[in-house]
Design a binder for this molecule. Structure first.
Ligand code: NAD
Length: 266
């Protein structure tokens, strides 16, 4: 028996950064399934246009593409303004776009370090700032969910910029949550563990590496993008109306000190 998706987000308008693939794609599809109009952001307009027809049709009108690099201040302002204009406003912002660059820390280039921070930290700040400008002006009780990572708290050797950026997100979310709680604006984060998306192309197509990753996860498997999308929708929904400033770890147990699963000696 197939169940009809609920229409929790009918009439809502959502902006998803980095929404054309991976977790962002799953989030965009899930919001549309549940009745929201979606503004999908990403750097390549063709990729966004290709995804639009796959989003469930909603009565309120078409979904839209808002192309733009989140690390570029002008591009973010234009993309967010376009979403407000074309959708008549925004109710929910999902800051999902993120990158990682591998390098031993003794050899990391300043350019690579700053590139990761410019997307994962500055990019999130710019999207949130632009949306807040509208919400504060209009008195909108909006809702923000940011894609963090288990590396908000688990160190990630050879990915210093990524570790720094996701650590920063935890406190940025708490700061925004406190600053805007009295206006009815909620801000939370989801923190995925290992999820099967293109950012993990280095292991998801290699059975040996896939097995090795799975063995390090208490639930013995990586997660699927929908397993991040559903909790993201929960945090953005009225079911989470009293939750703000939190990071929800969605990781099959990765943050449970997995090495302690078995008793080492005693
Ligand atoms: P992905 O590489 O598949 O997708 C990332 C998306 O962000 C892509 O659509 C990409 O085009 C977009 N993007 C990258 N740079 C951008 C920029 N400058 N401007 C606009 N868009 C940009 O990765 P994913 O796994 O779907 O990751 C989504 C988020 O989840 C990221 O923030 C990532 O750090 C986080 N995350 C992923 C995992 C995982 O295992 N997949 C784990 C923890 C956290």
């Amino acid at each position: 028996m197939t169940s009809t998706p609920s229409q929790r987000f009918a009439g809502k308008r959502v902006f998803v950064s980095g929404g054309s693939q991976g977790i962002g794609e799953a989030i965009s599809l899930a919001f549309a399934r549940e009745g929201a109009r979606v503004a999908i952001n990403g750097r390549k307009k063709e990729k966004l246009d290709a995804l639009l027809p796959r989003l469930a049709k909603v009565a309120a009108g078409p979904h839209i593409a808002c192309a733009g690099d989140v690390s570029d201040e002008t591009a973010v302002t234009e993309a967010i303004d376009k979403a407000f204009q074309d959708l008549g406003g925004l109710d929910i912002l999902v800051c999902n776009a993120g990158i990682q660059i591998k390098s031993p820390s003794e050899a990391i280039s300043l350019a690579d370090f700053e590139k990761v921070l410019s997307v994962n930290v500055t990019g999130v700040m710019l999207c949130v700032r632009e949306v807040l400008k509208h919400w504060v002006r209009n008195g909108t009780k909006g809702n923000i969910v940011v894609d963090s990572s288990v590396h908000q708290i688990i160190p990630k050797p050879a990915f210093l910029g990524y570790s720094a950026s996701k650590g920063a997100i935890g406190n940025m979310v708490r700061t925004w949550a406190l600053e805007y709680a009295s206006r009815g604006i909620r801000v939370n984060a989801v923190a995925p563990g290992a999820i099967v998306t293109p950012i993990n192309d280095s292991w998801i197509h290699d059975p040996e590496k896939y097995k090795a990753v799975s063995e390090h996860i208490p639930m013995r498997r990586p997660g699927q993008p929908d397993e991040i999308a559903e909790p993201t929708l929960f945090l953005a929904s009225d079911q989470a109306s009293y939750i703000t400033g939190q990071t929800l770890f969605i990781d099959g147990g990765m943050t449970l000190y997995a090495d302690f699963e078995k008793n080492w000696a005693s």
